[in-house]
Design a protein around this ligand. Sequence first.
Ligand code: NAD
Length: 495
Amino acid sequence: MAELEKLAMYVNGGRVEPVSGEYFESFNPFTGKPWAMVGRGGEADANRAVEAAKSALENPEWRDLNATQRGHLLRRLGDLAAEHSERLGALEVKDNGKLIAEMGMQCQYLPQWYYYFAGLADKIEGAVLPIDKPATFTYTLQEPLGVCALITPWNSPLLLLAWKLAPALAAGNTVVVKPSEFTSASTLAFADLVEEAGFPKGVFNVITGFGKEVGEPLVVHPDVAKVAFTGGVLSGSHVYQQAAAGLKKVGLELGGKSPNIVFDDCNMENAVKGAISGIFAATGQTCIAGSRLLVQKSIHDEFVEKLVDFAKTAKIGDPMANETQVGPVTTMPQYEKILSYMDVAREDGAECLLGGGKAELPECGDGWFVQPTIFAGVNNKMRIAQEEVFGPVLSIIPFGDEDEAVAIANDVLYGLASGIWTSDIRRAIEIPKLIKSGTVWVNMYRAVSYVAPFGGYKQSGLGRESGQQAIQEYQQTKTVWISTAAETPNPFVMG
Ligand code: NAD
């Protein structure tokens, strides 16, 4: 067998071997076979990258750029990302198995984050304060935090990187990126574009490997000022505690168990499509998956029948084929986890209306495929209704009236997203106020934008990405006091 390509890390403007010299395999979920080797980083790799990012902060080529110039660099990076979007999208499919239809579109869209934050770079302003003291001039400066650790998951590597990287660089920080061990290739390829855009060396670094081995030393490194993390709740909570010991700033984008609520006055055809896109798009591997479908009892049976009929038509297969609608699961542990949740649902008494196991079709080859699955008769106390499966497994929960729908929707530890399907304008406006989630979609599902803040209520996270607010998460405020008094007042009394 031909030797697999080795993907080196990117530190201080150049490609570097892992300090240990060790590599591990990156798998293609469609073939079930390894296709590249990724550097297995450890503490020494984290230290080396943080050191590079720390000295880049003091490098006049970066430190002394004005905000407009930082914006120019980001805009150039956006242009390069657009130029290479097709190649980057295909690279992501090789690693995470999501549909080229989705990853291609995502990679075409992600330059917008670089353009948006390029535009915001020179809108960061301090203020002259109307201070209440005589002979005093007081103003604020908005400054970068320093070295930021950006830790990303496997489901949308470059998009979720853009959400962090664009505001971090726009605000003048330097970064060390740690992509998921399952999908490092696209982030490593992106490093070439950052370099070509003209960012000084050390501003952007990528280290690869496992969370415990290289992620954790990065999080606890004393020279890391902020940790921006997207991933699961357990690792997020662990990262939060580790970062807390060093009193670091932390941003967390975690999991979800989002309710998609179908009222009896909805447009049924649209709501069926919304339910499908909520759970089967991306093979259910999205943090915003509408995995709990709450359906009003008065239309329950009719709606569920239409939904199952539609779901049956989903084409499973090669994620690179344009007609495929459901691709493989990204990782082997995730594949096993999804199958085990199907058993849990059955054991807890849910009724399986569709799927419920491995998908073993000829078009699935040796890939890690599960069937699009629908469980009815779920009650919200069941594990299948409370725990994130991160796969194409839908739980249908019936409800009677609005109050019950809202109570069920909120009765979960998460609060990332939610959907509402109704043609009643009062419901469309009033129900979003009652739902405890960072995003609420009405008569639509799964839209995101660089303009719209995104983040979690409750255990779904801390802080917001995208939108103007996001850039504030990468700054700190300094207050400067200048006396214009001819004489210093009484030194024993505070002014
Ligand atoms: P994960 O938590 O296993 O890993 C995420 C990243 O954290 C990886 O790079 C991993 O190596 C790293 N990591 C793990 N343990 C670490 C540690 N102790 N210290 C430092 N780094 C560590 O998550 P995953 O399986 O890659 O992704 C799936 C999860 O991500 C799901 O729960 C999903 O809901 C969540 N997610 C959330 C959002 C969002 O925006 N809220 C978006 C996508 C995915």
